[in-house]
Design a protein around this ligand. Structure first.
Ligand code: AHR
Length: 325
């Protein structure tokens, strides 16, 4: 009896140490040097947020000593995987990756890491059940998307003046972390209020035109809508266009609640067409540089380097529009 028990205990301890050593010891090293070959595999460039994020990396490159290899997957997770593959083949020192969707990019993340490339997820993350920071990639740099959705929902609760809120939700790209999490954060708040109902929730793929088209269709089925919650500003602007074409008055008979903080959204707030946009900053270049340098210096990087977001309403939109993108 005794021997098997000891063996069993040893096995359990062995497994524990193995896990610990994978996390603590097997992170790829990054030497301190003047220049780094850095990969930034962008997912698409079809909205101001993505363009601002890419520009932030380009603007940071020289001061951070990056020889930057940037790609644009044009809205295809398969192309983003191929772009990462190509960067691995080109011998990048570091990878910064905003994974378009939570699941399809996991093999690419693991492959880069297995090739000894310190890999950082920026702005979007992957499914935490299948890949974790400190083991499959170094860290995630980004906002708390659940919190953003919760802030949008609570703003609505605090500012809605009618008896019953009839809400249309325009979701982001299906299977992406911001779409999943912004939905959860908002829906959880709304579920606590009997006078508020989400009558339709459909993807507009984070795009203005798709948002407008989806809104036009949903408006036919739900003409009594008086709130639109969009997972990003581009879809919110598309919804405003659809409402105006239908003779509705966004900001007056339909409240618009959104996320991002783009210039067009801040202008819509100033014009009285939008109520709130919860900030989601695209300016990751300087943060990526700082985290990379700390990592090269041997610092342990926290698994989630969290970005703090502000809230833009009619109280402060004018103060921030000059710096918006
Ligand atoms: O991942 C962040 C989201 O992606 C932004 O809200 C959106 O505008 C972008 O496409």
């Amino acid at each position: 009896m005794k021997t098997p028990m000891i063996a069993g205990t040893a096995l359990v301890l062995g497994a524990l140490f193995a896990t610990t050593s994978v996390i603590a010891k097997d992170l790829p090293k990054l030497e301190v040097k003047d220049r780094y070959k850095v990969g930034f595999a962008q997912m698409e460039s079809n909205n101001p947020w993505r363009i601002a994020e890419s520009k932030s990396f380009e603007d940071t490159a020289e001061s951070c000593g990056w020889d930057l290899i940037s790609t644009d997957a044009a809205g295809s997770a398969a192309k983003q995987v191929a772009d990462v593959d190509s960067m691995i083949a080109q011998g990048i020192d570091v990878l910064f990756l905003p994974p378009r969707e939570e699941k399809p990019l996991i093999p690419a993340v693991k492959k880069a890491f297995a090739a000894g490339i310190p890999t950082f997820l920026v702005d979007r993350s992957v499914d935490p059940k299948n890949a974790v920071a400190g083991k499959d990639f170094v860290a995630f740099l980004g906002s708390d998307f659940i919190q953003q959705g919760g802030i949008a929902g609570q703003w609505l609760v605090d500012n809605f003046k009618g008896d019953k809120a009839v809400i249309i939700e325009l979701e982001g790209t299906t299977g992406s972390s911001p779409a999943n999490d912004r939905k959860k954060g908002f829906d959880d708040v709304i579920a606590k209020h009997d006078n508020m109902t989400i009558v339709a929730s459909q993807s507009g793929d984070f795009a203005r035109d798709t948002g407008r088209q989806v809104m036009e269709t949903l408006l036919q089925a739900h003409p009594d809508v008086n709130v639109v919650y969009a997972h990003n500003d581009e879809m919110a602007i598309g919804a405003i266009q659809a409402l105006e074409i239908a003779g509705r008055k966004p900001g007056k008979d339909v409240m618009i609640v959104s996320v991002d903080g783009t210039r067009d959204a801040l202008q819509a707030i100033i014009d009285g067409k939008m109520g709130v946009t919860v900030e989601s900053s695209p300016f990751f270049g300087p943060l990526a540089c700082d985290v990379m340098k700390r990592y090269a210096a041997g610092e342990t990087i926290e698994p989630w380097v969290q970005v703090k977001d502000r809230v833009f309403t009619s109280a402060n939109a004018k103060d921030h529009i000059a710096e918006a993108y």
